[in-house]
Design a protein around this ligand. Structure first.
Ligand SMILES: [Zn+2]
Ligand SMILES: [Zn+2]
Length: 1021
């Protein structure tokens, strides 16, 4: 016997049982051991063969900084699905999960939790304590994320996760940096960098994209007097007033039209296209000229009295810049080469001085008068007052525009001049482009995005002025020699000190000095840490033991698959590519898959503060991991996923459909004592699969032949999609097969399971349905690991103890089509086509019935159909249509004949068409047909009543029906039918009208049949 199956499953508690089962039986460990042993067996002495047995997945490290969210669960679902699928194909895998540990985002969270708000606060708190707190936070959330991932059903070697903060990971990066230095790519430069004054560090180019948010700023128009004509003013506009004290030039477009205007007794110069920007006061134009006429003219700077401005040796002049847009602002652009990247470039071209007014915390430095010591965020009032006083403020104006923000802490960025370390990208760029072209990108456009990025990216800024991160191993000596230490061992050797584990971080490493190999002086490390994308980028080397076990690395490199969000193209995918091409000249992955973001049900981004965030823990315990995984797997990876409980309910209904087929099967199999054939080793006999081969078996019933052909087709289609890493396409196959199984096969076969006798037909139905269920479970196992395990234990293990202990230890058959002959396969194809036609005809027929508003239980005289010639000679198929549409006769006609018939007089045909198929339904009712419809209505009511009274599906009853005399004929004529359908041993018509008024017996129920009253009394036998 199969275990009894509840019709109201609790999926969440089922999942907890399965988790415990896996844990108790050590299923994952058994899987790994089995696949490793199989791979070793095949590969003895044959390297090439081994490669074919390994599947190398490399995990993009999750930032261990918070509990994981439902968006992480999307990616983790993909990772788990493909690894489980590959395991079912027999591949040996590493299953290593990774945690990203270092960098600003961890620091920011630790700062928040310790209530620190600046780098100064951190220094006061103590660097060693702060770094210790960062490490603790990482370990805490790594443990939480591990538990959450297990709950999602993800199978990973959790005890062997990698951490990017590990010494080994950092030493691999040192090695990479050393190689860059050998190639001459490493350099230090002053650059204007996007800068977060709260975090006190620069952001690199790839961190800047997507960081723009719409904000309102005060912009100012300043009027700067010309040195030789103090009554004439250059009208200059800026969105960043705090940069005006660092002004050194004004740029104009040399070919654009400019004008001089007179307003309120003063003269102003601005672009002709910018006249609309003037205040409302009346003005007139006194002169017109091109921008080139302004070039070289000197003007008085807006904060000319500041000490830094007075020190400047050269005058402030007007320069030419073709990028000036005369329609933007006033067409005269304020230039401060210390405060903007383009300004900086222009400054280099014109040899302009650079003033950098603020320090790394955003505070004005010495030389800026009363501004010195003021934070740029608080300087607005002071700046405006000073400009007002100096008479240079023309007007202020609010501006709504897109402005970059720090992607970690949300602070508005500034641009400031800073010393940074870079890796030059020029020499490696063509090699990156070539390597990226060798990769399979899923979907294709991801590859195009990578190519665009590689073509346009600048040099890689790798330094960060922070604390918790990779210490850059750069020791610049005053003699000019730069030592880039390549390993801990080398550091020990050059410093003469012994290193302790986990002491490569700041502040400990800062105390270590080395002897300059060139001049012998002691040299200190620079204080900067590295870009966290170095940490993650080196993973295909560090986790595969590149420096310690080259054979192991060769075995698992490159990755067969990496899967992360789209934004990783210019982040992780990029840094991995850069580092791998530098080290080995090739891409670190063969296949890269991307997916989109997760939003809420209404399409809004989820935000803690908006209250619309769904936490993973809540989601998984409310909807269940299988439901979540179904949602993720069936969604397009290229479209934002709008995640929520309503979507979960929809998916849950589909899961219930599968459950109901399973429940239907086990219920009837138990009633009939049906069991699958099991051999002496306790394994399922596979022979019966061959027996099912289609064709040449005229004795196999039609629906079984069809389901078997459909099962094979489904198997092939899912395999094909999964092999192409397209689980979304596989999900479409699953859903369509489930629909065929539930809404067609089981529904059409119900009667075959209900009947009393255990004949060949019934046996065939059990075998076919059992096989279809097993195939579905195996193909769904990687996607829905819980429910499939649960069903497998009941359907397979309870009968065949020799089968693998867990469904996830099973191997998928290589091919399901090579049984049977070619003509059998053809017959299968043919049957699939025919059944498709049957279902199309049925759908059209139902539409016609709907239009006529005739319920399905009311038999109709006939249906004529054309465009389905493949059905014309098959009475079994015709009968399916007849039963499904409840019509007495179905005629398959040539199209011409059907249309000729339709143009004739009666009956009032109801016609529906799709493509070539046309159906015509005759809705004419006779009293006889009406009575038959009543009988069917009665059956439905009685069946409902059986359910409500809690009768088991095999219990027999005794029926008494009373009511309107018109119903008597229906009960009499169709008595046998009613008894058969409702398992009634006795049926009695009790026409006495008083029956209508007294509903004494609890087993009696009043129902309405075609508007007529009836009372049905049901008694157990
Ligand atoms: Zn920040
Ligand atoms: Zn030196």
């Amino acid at each position: 016997m199969f275990r009894q199956v509840s019709s109201h499953p609790d999926f969440v508690s089922l999942e907890h049982e399965v988790l415990k089962f896996w844990e108790d039986r050590q299923c994952f460990e058994k899987l790994r051991r089995a696949r490793a042993a199989e791979a070793a067996e095949v590969t003895e002495g044959a390297k090439e063969a081994e490669a074919g047995r390994l599947f190398s997945f490399i995990d993009g490290p999750i930032t261990a900084n918070n509990p994981m969210g439902v968006h992480h669960a999307w990616g983790r679902t993909y990772k788990d699905i493909y690894q489980r699928y590959k395991a079912m194909q027999g591949y040996h895998q590493r299953y290593q999960n990774g945690f990203d540990c270092q960098g600003l985002w961890v620091e920011v969270e630790v700062e928040k939790s310790l209530k620190l708000n600046s780098k100064r606060d951190i220094r006061e708190y103590g660097l060693a304590r702060f770094v210790g707190a960062c490490r603790e936070r990482v370990l805490k959330f790594a443990a939480i994320q591990t538990a959450q991932s297990k709950r999602l059903g993800q199978w990973m070697d959790w005890d062997n996760s990698y951490y990017t903060m590990a010494d080994d990971n950092m030493e691999h990066i040192w090695y990479f940096l050393h190689r860059c230095h050998e190639k001459g790519w490493l350099y230090r430069d002053q650059r204007v960098m996007p800068w977060c004054i709260r975090c006190g560090t620069s952001l690199s180019q790839h961190e800047l994209l997507d960081s723009y948010k719409e904000v309102e700023h005060d912009t100012v128009f300043v009027a700067l007097p010309l040195t030789d004509a103090p009554d004439t003013h250059l009208l200059v506009w800026t969105t960043t007033p705090w940069t005006l004290p660092a002004n050194v030039a004004v740029a104009v477009h040399p070919e654009a039209a400019y004008v001089q205007i007179e307003q309120d007794g003063k003269s102003y110069i601005l672009a002709a296209e910018a006249l609309s920007k003037l205040t409302a006061a009346p003005y007139h134009i006194s002169a017109e000229f091109s921008g080139s006429a302004l070039l070289g003219k000197a003007y008085i700077a807006p904060f000319a009295d500041l000490p830094v401005q007075k020190q400047l040796k050269q005058a402030h002049t007007i320069i030419a810049w073709s990028e000036v847009d005369p329609a933007e602002g006033t067409g005269l652009v304020h230039i401060a080469p210390g405060c903007g990247a383009e300004d900086h470039e222009l400054g280099q071209r014109f040899h302009l001085p650079r003033l950098c007014p603020i320090d790394e915390d955003g505070v004005f430095v010495a030389g800026y008068g009363s501004l010195t010591g003021v934070n740029v965020k608080e300087a607005k009032g002071l700046l405006l007052a000073q400009m007002q006083q100096a008479g240079v403020l023309y007007k202020t104006e609010k501006l709504l525009h897109r402005y970059p923000h720090c992607w970690r802490c949300g602070e508005e960025l500034v641009f400031r001049l800073e010393d940074e370390w870079f890796i030059s990208a020029e020499e490696i760029r063509p090699h990156l482009i070539k390597a990226a072209a060798s990769v399979t990108w899923l979907p294709d456009f991801a590859g195009k995005m990578m190519q665009d990025w590689l073509t346009n990216m600048g040099d890689w800024c790798i330094s960060r002025k922070r604390f918790w991160g990779l210490p850059l191993p750069f020791y610049p000596c005053t003699c000019g020699h730069l030592t880039v230490v390549k390993s801990g061992a080398e550091l020990e050797q050059l410093s003469g000190r012994q290193l302790q584990e986990n002491r490569l971080h700041r502040p400990w490493i800062d105390e270590i000095t080395i002897t300059c190999p060139s001049c012998g002086q002691r040299v200190k490390r620079i204080s900067e840490v590295g870009d966290c994308w170095l940490d993650a980028g080196v993973v295909p080397y560090s986790t595969l033991r590149y420096l310690s076990d080259r054979q192991y690395w060769q075995k698992w490199f490159p990755a067969d698959l990496v899967v992360e969000m789209r934004e990783q193209i210019r982040l992780w995918f990029y840094s991995m590519l850069f580092m791998s091409v530098t080290l080995e000249g090739c891409a670190p992955y063969r296949r890269v898959m991307i997916y989109e973001k997760v939003h809420d049900e209404h399409g809004r981004p989820m935000h803690k503060s908006w209250g619309n965030a769904i936490w993973f823990d809540e989601a998984v315990e409310r909807m269940g991991a299988d439901v979540m995984r179904w949602i993720y797997a069936s969604h397009s990876p290229t479209i934002t996923l709008n995640f929520g409980y309503r979507l979960a309910d929809e998916v849950r209904r589909k899961l219930l459909t599968l459950w109901h087929v399973y429940s239907f099967f086990t219920t009837y199999a138990n009633i009939d004592g049906w069991q699958p054939a099991v051999d002496e080793k306790g394994r399922l006999e596979t022979g019966f699969r061959e027996k099912r081969a289609v064709g040449g078996h005229g004795d196999v019933p039609l629906l079984d032949r069809w389901l078997e052909a459909r099962r094979r087709q489904y198997f092939q289609a899912v395999r094909k999609s999964m092999d192409a890493f397209d689980v979304q396409a596989a999900m479409r196959e699953h859903e369509s097969f489930l629909d065929d199984l539930s809404n067609w096969y089981v529904r059409r076969s119900r009667r075959r399971f209900w009947k009393n006798e255990n004949d060949a037909d019934k046996e065939s139905a059990y075998e076919t349905l059992y096989q279809a269920l097993l195939t579905m479970l195996h193909l769904l196992a990687p996607i829905l690991p819980f429910i499939t395990e649960h069903m497998y234990q009941n359907l397979v293990r309870s009968m065949a103890p020799g089968e693998p202990e867990s469904i996830h230890l099973c191997r998928l058959p290589e091919d399901e089509t090579n049984t049977g002959t070619a003509s059998a396969a053809d017959a299968g194809e043919m049957l699939l086509e025919q059944m498709k036609a049957v279902r199309e005809v049925v759908n059209l027929g139902l539409a016609a019935r709907n239009r006529a508003r005739i319920r399905i239980r009311q038999p109709l005289p006939r249906l004529a159909v054309s465009g389905v010639d493949s059905l014309s000679h098959d009475p079994e198929l015709i009968q399916l249509v007849q039963e499904e549409l409840n019509v007495k006769e179905v005629q398959v006609l040539p199209a011409a004949e059907l249309s000729a018939m339709l143009t004739g007089e009666a009956p009032p045909w109801i016609v529906e068409r799709i493509a070539d198929i046309c159906v015509a339904l005759d809705p004419t009712l006779t009293p006889q047909l009406v009575r038959e419809g009543w009988a069917r209505d009665l059956v439905r009511h009685i069946q409902q009543q059986r359910k409500e009274s809690g009768l088991s599906i095999t219990e027999r009853i005794c029926l008494t029906i009373a009511g309107d005399e018109k119903l008597a004929g229906a009960v009499e004529e169709h008595g046998e039918y009613i008894k058969r359908e409702t398992l009634a041993e006795y049926l009695r018509w009790d026409g006495k009208s008083e029956g209508l008024s007294e509903l004494k017996s609890q087993a009696a129920k009043q129902v309405s049949i075609g508007g007529l009253k009836a009372i049905v009394t049901m008694e157990r036998l």
